[in-house]
Design a protein around this ligand. Structure first.
Ligand SMILES: [Mn+2]
Length: 265
């Protein structure tokens, strides 16, 4: 794998141009998808997902959190960007809460990049991350987002007008789309154990958002799952997680006529 400075610099430049043109809400009316959760430096799972999608003739959607934590962070993001450039619209890369300068400073990606390539290349990564879309709507009325339902967001189309740029708790809707977690024990919203403006969304908040927008299913990531996936809210919310470094089985979801779970280890 080519990991030299010039190659990565150019990859970031070219993908930045693509991402900055993508809307904050990506909508696909047709196509079958392989949907992958957090990879956090698990480049092997990413490669397995790319191979599986190619073999099965599927489009790909990644739910964010590509860097921080894992052993192959640079390899993982480079692999994804190389494929984004060649796959174009067939590969959707959503933004996770770790596509943010502050998280990268605390959880490792900043120092991994800065020590190997210098501060300037990290800044280029951060700018590119700030252009990634927040959510996608797939065929069969499936809404995909890294975290979940945001308090105050009524109509999913409002996501189109969220500003690009650094994730900031002062824009609570954008922030919560990337940070929130579901909780079956509450009805509406409650503070999250994650702190810092993240919320838990309960079953009434979830169902109201889904019904109002006509969605059948939400697929999100953000929380490790032992088997790589887990259902909540009467199977209307599916969490998928895809990073082997958590000691879990990395999973992905195939969305065709029916849903199918596959493992990527
Ligand atoms: Mn996350």
């Amino acid at each position: 794998m080519n990991l030299n400075y010039e190659h990565i610099h150019r990859l970031i430049e070219d993908s930045l141009e693509i991402f900055s043109r993508e809307p904050q809400l990506v909508v696909r009316e047709k196509g079958e998808f392989l949907i992958v959760g957090d990879t956090h430096g698990d480049a092997d799972t990413t490669l397995n997902a790319l191979r599986a999608a190619e073999n099965l003739g599927l489009n790909l959607l990644f739910l964010g959190d590509y860097v921080d934590r894992g052993a192959k962070q640079i390899e993982n993001i480079v692999t994804l960007l190389e494929h984004k450039l060649s796959w174009g619209d067939k590969l959707i890369m959503l933004r996770g809460n770790h596509e943010s300068a502050q998280m990268n400073l605390w959880y490792g990606f900043h120092s991994v990049v800065a020590s190997r390539y210098g501060e300037e290349l990290y800044r280029e990564f951060a700018e590119m991350f700030s252009q990634l879309p927040y959510a996608a709507i797939l065929p069969n009325k499936i809404i995909c987002v890294h975290g979940g339902v945001a308090e105050g967001l009524k109509n999913a189309e409002e996501i189109y007008s969220l500003p690009k740029g650094e994730v900031d708790p002062r824009n609570p809707i954008a922030f919560q789309l990337l940070w929130n977690d579901p909780c079956e024990d509450i009805e509406w919203f409650a503070p999250s154990w994650r702190g810092g403006g993240a919320r838990l969304f309960g079953w009434k908040a979830f169902n109201e958002f889904m019904d109002k927008n006509g969605f059948n299913l939400m697929i999100r990531a953000h929380e490790p799952q032992d088997k790589g996936y887990g259902y909540l809210f009467n199977d209307r919310l599916l969490t998928v997680f895809s990073c082997r470094y958590y000691g879990i089985k990395p999973a992905a979801v195939i969305s065709r006529k029916n849903l199918e779970i596959i493992h990527l280890d």
